[in-house]
Design a protein around this ligand. Structure first.
Ligand code: GDP
Length: 296
């Protein structure tokens, strides 16, 4: 279900409740059940939805509400604040500082949009006055280095990679060292993504992280992966210290649920969303407007 559709269904559920004369336990439950169904269809994981339902019922204590209170409004606010809470892990992501080298490593499954997002992230910071650089430590996918090189050249961002070296750890270390010497303040390391959550992918990722000691690991997730979001995000978090999430492909058939699941699984905030294939189709993620849009 796309975001607008989900928002529409939640709004309708609230409207239906507003139409009944007395908002009692039964009316509240019916409304919450409809919202639950809508969230599940938008790929929010089941335990998360259940937790949200319990929390809302705790906040909206119908018996405690004095007559005359706008119950619909109170329930609406409770849903809004619960969704915001689910998207806010409580601590901000590491923010790179200018003129001090930061290392940011990108991880995610193949096809998630990692390489594209690395350049978008670099380009975004370049426009803000940083000196970014890109390192291609993806030796698994044929063409990965060429793709990064092409993107980096277009954005006039220095890059490092190799056509012959097959050890991603070696490339990552060499690239980071080189760009530290060149006083780059944002060194971005793109790693291999495999089709599935294979053990070898995680092992390689761990080794690259161990060798380059990133200040931030960003997990890149395709918004269209559906209910698989929670498990996928959790598998990455268990292998490497993910500190932020970027959700790609929020254009098209984007679903809102993946973002909620990724935050819950990684306990890290979503920092950007990808909204297209081009370099500047990239937006800072902001919780409240996102939830407002979700609720229509
Ligand atoms: P990687 O294997 O994770 O490095 O993925 P790529 O960066 O090669 O991206 C895979 C495909 O997704 C490419 O065709 C990208 O152009 C496309 N892509 C990446 N981000 C977005 C996005 O935000 N929106 C859309 N529509 N396509 C994207």
């Amino acid at each position: 279900m796309v975001l607008a559709e989900l928002g529409g269904r939640i709004t309708r559920a609230l409207q239906q409740m507003a139409n009944v004369t007395i908002i009692d336990e039964k009316a509240l439950n019916e409304c919450l059940n409809e919202i639950t169904r809508a969230l599940l269809q938008s790929d929010v994981s089941f335990p998360l939805v259940k937790e949200m339902q319990t929390n809302i019922k705790k906040i909206v204590n119908l018996e405690d509400l004095a007559a005359g209170h706008n119950k619909r409004r109170i329930i609406e606010q409770a849903i809004f604040s619960e969704l915001c809470k689910m998207l806010d892990p409580g601590k901000p992501a590491f923010a790179p500082k200018k003129a001090k080298p930061s290392i940011v490593m990108f991880v995610g499954l193949q096809g998630a949009g990692k390489t594209t997002t690395c350049t978008k992230y670099a380009y975004y910071h370049q426009k803000k006055g940083y000196k970014p650089a890109l390192v291609c430590a993806d030796t698994f996918r044929a063409g990965a280095f060429d793709q990064l090189k092409q993107n980096a050249t277009k954005a006039k961002i220095p890059f490092y990679g190799s056509y012959t070296e097959s050890d991603p750890v070696k490339i990552a270390v060499e690239g980071v060292d080189r760009f530290k010497k060149e006083s780059c303040d944002l060194i971005i390391v793109d790693t291999s993504g495999r089709h599935k959550q294979e053990a070898s992918l995680f092992e390689e990722m761990r080794q690259v992280a161990e060798a380059t000691k990133p200040d931030l690991v960003i997990f890149v997730m395709d918004s269209s992966i559906g209910q698989a979001a929670f498990d996928q995000a959790q598998a990455f978090k268990q292998s490497v210290a993910v500190g932020a999430v970027i959700i790609t492909k929020m254009d098209g058939h984007a679903k809102g649920g993946g973002a909620l699941s990724a935050v819950a699984a990684t306990k890290s905030p979503v920092i950007f969303i990808g909204t297209g294939e081009h370099m500047d189709e990239f937006e800072v993620f902001d919780v409240k407007p996102f939830v407002s849009r979700l609720l229509g």
